[in-house]
Write a protein that binds this ligand. Structure first.
Ligand code: UN1
Length: 496
């Protein structure tokens, strides 16, 4: 696997950073595998990118939306044609297993087709006027330059969730990929360029949050800042956007719960918890990090789940037989290991895992065992704090009302699920668990691109990604009235 030097993409050209510096992107499953070398960019590069995006906006906003949609169709087709190489490199830079990176690329493909179709919709409304001979309608208008700060856990899907709706609405984009996973964004941007997206419409600047993200947030020409990452950083992004009333769309932490009622299909619930907690090595905003079981099935679920978790094959995600990859980097591994210690100290019952995996190929990566703690109570830190790793906290409840109270006992509100055969309880939980996503007899992960995605409380700031909801982030309504009466008509006054 040969080393590749990746450049920034600004105004339709692949260019070096003005800093003259680069950084390495290595495989978290095998530190000897250098995925590529990337530009360590600075504020000058961000300025160039925003200059290009601001200039390109002047003409891109006037391209008819169906034409923008045709370009997106072509981009989707190319992403589909390059699904396998894009997924391979994604596993190498991020670590998640190849089946999941194929899913990630597919999610980008789905979003691109979906938004391509919006080119022929972008629906507004017409509505009657209270006055005679007057016509009223609404249209969506783009905002201008959009800045994106994207995470490493969905290296192509999430950048596509932000880029495709922004572009179809007529905005231009500057994207700062996560330093752990810039190759996947570079692939998406390269394909956009090769399929004919005009220069300056999409720009990519790689580098750190401080050196690249901050100037992007601060540039007054950037009118929308869309960020996916931790609640701690998201709060700072919102504060930095506030003085210029820059719109911010924030997707942040989660502490997602799966509820298992006594009447549930226990094997199905165990399948769901296994996938929800250990898929993507637990590194999803939507990951199941809390599992609560009713008294009657509590020990049974724990025993079955522990047995299945202990058997998961952990390793390099390029091996098709591997079921769980490494943590994305040393910092993430350290966080996971520290929470394992915290959970033990707080009195959690370790039922499986709990150790870093070492020896042989494991020494080259950031591997940890799938880990489960039972007897977790609501005052313990692993009940409350997001870990972003393969650590599941299990608690117990007696009544349905208790389950709802426990489910809502978190600062976050992204996803939740219930396993039950009782339709009344399912519907009550659908209504009363305060999250942005909710699943019945399915795990907390696995949202589809045509449904709004996002969360309540400290997970978000009221916006939703994906679906037509994303159009509300990347366009603003203009209400237009045309008076064809030839007279002055006063609203609210001449309407008797
Ligand atoms: C995320 O973890 O930030 O619903 C996104 C899911 C995926 C997206 C997760 N489709 O699990």
């Amino acid at each position: 696997m040969s080393e590749k030097v990746y450049k920034n993409f600004i105004n339709g050209e692949w260019v070096d950073s003005k800093s003259g510096e680069t950084f390495e992107n290595r495989n978290p499953a095998d530190k000897d595998d250098l995925v590529g070398t990337f530009q360590k960019s600075n504020a000058d590069d961000v300025k160039d990118a925003v200059d290009a995006a601001a200039e390109a906006y002047k003409s891109w906003r006037l391209v008819p939306a169906p034409k923008r949609g045709e370009l997106l169709y072509r981009i989707a087709n190319r992403l589909l044609a390059e699904k396998e190489p894009c997924s391979q490199i994604m596993t190498r830079e991020m670590g998640k297993i190849i089946a999941e990176t194929r899913g990630d690329t597919q999610e980008a493909i789905d979003m691109t087709y979906y938004m391509a179709g919006e080119g022929r919709r972008l629906l507004g409304m017409t509505t009657p006027s209270e006055l005679a001979n007057k016509f009223c309608m609404t249209v969506r208008q783009p905002l201008g330059v959009c800045g994106f700060i994207t995470p490493w856990n969905f290296p192509m899907a999430i950048p596509s969730w932000k880029s495709m709706p922004a572009l179809i609405c007529g905005n231009t984009v500057v994207i700062k990929p996560a330093t752990d996973t810039p190759a996947s964004v570079a692939n998406m941007v390269r394909i956009m360029d090769e399929e004919g997206l005009p220069p300056g419409v999409i720009n990519m600047v790689t580098g750190s949050g401080g050196a690249v993200g901050q100037p992007l947030i601060k540039d007054p020409r950037v009118r929308v800042l869309s960020f996916t990452g931790s609640t701690e950083v998201g709060r700072k992004v919102a504060e930095a956007c506030a003085p210029t009333f820059k719109h911010s769309c924030l997707e942040m932490g989660g502490k997602n719960v799966q509820i298992v009622m006594d009447d549930a299909d226990v094997d199905l619930a165990v399948d769901g918890a296994l996938w929800g907690a250990f898929g993507t090595t637990g590194q999803r905003c939507t990951a199941t990090s809390r599992l609560i079981c009713q008294k009657g099935v509590y020990e049974k679920v724990i025993a079955k789940l522990a047995e299945r978790a202990a058997k998961l094959k952990v390793g390099n995600g390029l091996d098709e037989s591997v079921q769980m990859g490494p943590c994305v980097n040393q910092g993430q591994l350290d966080t996971v290991l520290s929470y394992i210690e915290i959970a033990k100290k707080d009195g959690g019952r370790l039922v499986t895992g709990g150790e870093r995996l070492t020896g042989g190929a494991y020494d080259k990566g950031y591997f940890v065992q799938p880990t489960i703690f039972a007897d977790i109570t609501q005052s313990m830190r692993i009940w409350r704090e997001e870990i972003f790793g393969p650590v599941l906290a299990i608690g117990q409840f007696s009544t349905f009302d208790e389950a709802i109270e426990m489910a809502n006992d978190t600062d976050y509100g992204l996803s939740a699920s219930i396993y039950t055969k009782n339709i009344n309880q399912a519907y009550t939980a659908m209504r009363d668990v305060y999250t942005g996503l909710f699943y019945v007899n399915a795990p907390t992960i696995g949202a589809e691109t045509h449904l709004p995605f996002g969360g309540t409380k400290e997970t978000g700031n009221g916006h939703r990604e994906a679906a037509t909801a994303a159009l509300d982030v990347f366009s603003e309504w203009k209400s237009i009235s045309v008076d064809f009466s030839g007279t002055i008509q006063r609203a609210q006054i001449d309407n008797q």
